[in-house]
Design a protein around this ligand. Structure first.
Ligand code: NAG
Ligand code: NAG
Length: 342
């Protein structure tokens, strides 16, 4: 009798553990959910990566370059930022914008724009060198290494990022050569190392379509992605102050020279826009990254219309998908809605 009871108990425990295993495995395959936005203010121009079980995030803080880290996207909300760099050097100590962190050739680098003397006209791109620990961009001090000013382009330049293609590395950025007419175009220049440019910058695309010219003609925040051998630059279009800030797509003709404007084709419609029904305005200035083979993008948006370019831009994250060789971005999801974390 005792023996039979034990058997029955064993079997029911086994059934129980199988049932709960079924449930916990389905939970494990979806790490959980998170909701946007990840901050209440000062969340513009995010860069985010998932490395070795941890999400790392930077965004525009103006006064310094700070990084948040957490094991879940939701955890970023309560993480304490670490200031990685600030600067008192005249000429590069005002308005630190859009830092991006990259691990290249065995070291972490942060690319960012900064101005001097409170004068926006002096925004130029710079690079910091950090530590060598591929698994942690916060392990090691960052120091200023170089300004990245192309030989033919000592003009206003912001939003530097990296494009790697065919064994070569390129720096892509948004720039304008004159203040007379404010038009920000997309530029590319070859890199001879993670901290040095080589040759002239080439203008590859300018804002011309109606959705690129709301308030002011702008292309900025260029980010490269190669899918199935096809290289794209996803960029932000129109002025950040508008609700119509959006993402656009440039595609490189396969095998063509990225340093020629004629090699790039612009999609005629934006690929990611405001979602009035969901209450998300002016979404853009994104960064694409992967977690376990799943694609995610961080971007900033605003929870109400008319909030402008300032501190009320908040950071949001969503998965996106691939269709053939194209990235396909979802509709912007509203504040407080649960999003499954891949
Ligand atoms: C897992 O939990 C959910 C919600 O509690 C429940 O609906 C579902 O039936 C469970 N699945 C398994 C396999 O036990
Ligand atoms: C996927 O690509 C095909 C072929 O270009 C296109 O017809 C279709 O509309 C695309 N689907 C999505 C969801 O973008």
């Amino acid at each position: 009798m005792a023996f039979l009871t034990s058997i029955a108990l064993f079997l029911s425990l086994a059934a129980l553990s199988l049932a709960s295993f079924g449930n916990s495995s389905s939970v494990l395959s979806r790490a959980g959910t998170f909701s946007n936005p990840l901050n209440k203010q000062k969340g513009a121009d995010p860069c985010m990566r998932y490395i070795n079980g941890v999400y790392y995030m930077t965004s525009t803080q103006n006064t310094d370059i700070a990084m948040w880290a957490a094991t879940t996207v939701e955890g970023i909300k309560t993480a304490t930022p670490t200031v990685l760099f600030t600067d008192t050097t005249a000429g590069r100590n005002f308005d630190f914008w859009a830092p991006e962190f990259w691990y290249l050739d065995g070291r972490w680098y942060i690319y960012y724009a900064v101005a001097g003397n409170g004068d926006d006209n002096t925004h130029r791109l710079h690079v910091l060198s950090g530590g060598t620990d591929a698994s942690n961009p916060m392990n090691g001090a960052y120091s200023h290494t170089a300004s990245l000013v192309p030989s033919n382009f000592d003009f206003w330049a912001v939003d530097g990022s990296i494009l790697e293609l065919g064994g070569a590395r390129y720096f892509i950025f948004s720039g304008k050569t004159t203040d007379a007419v404010w038009t920000q175009c997309t530029y590319i220049v070859r890199m001879s190392s993670p901290t040095a440019l080589s040759g002239n910058a080439v203008q590859i695309s300018c804002p011309t379509l109606s959705w690129e010219t709301a308030a002011t003609p702008v292309q900025e925040g260029p980010e490269a992605i190669t899918i199935g051998g096809v290289t794209h630059i996803v960029y932000s279009a129109s002025h950040c102050s508008t609700d119509d800030y959006a993402l656009g797509l440039l595609t490189l003709t396969t095998g063509a020279n990225p340093l020629l404007a004629s090699s790039w084709t612009k999609a005629t419609s934006p690929v990611f826009t405001k979602n009035v029904a969901a209450g998300v305005y002016g979404p853009g200035h994104h960064f694409m990254f992967e977690k376990d083979g799943e694609h995610l993008f961080a971007y900033h948006g605003k929870s109400k219309p008319g909030l402008g370019c300032g501190d009320l831009r908040t950071t949001r994250v969503q998965p996106f998908s691939i269709n053939g060789t194209n990235p396909v971005f979802p509709a912007a999801v509203g504040d407080g809605i649960a999003v499954a974390e891949p």
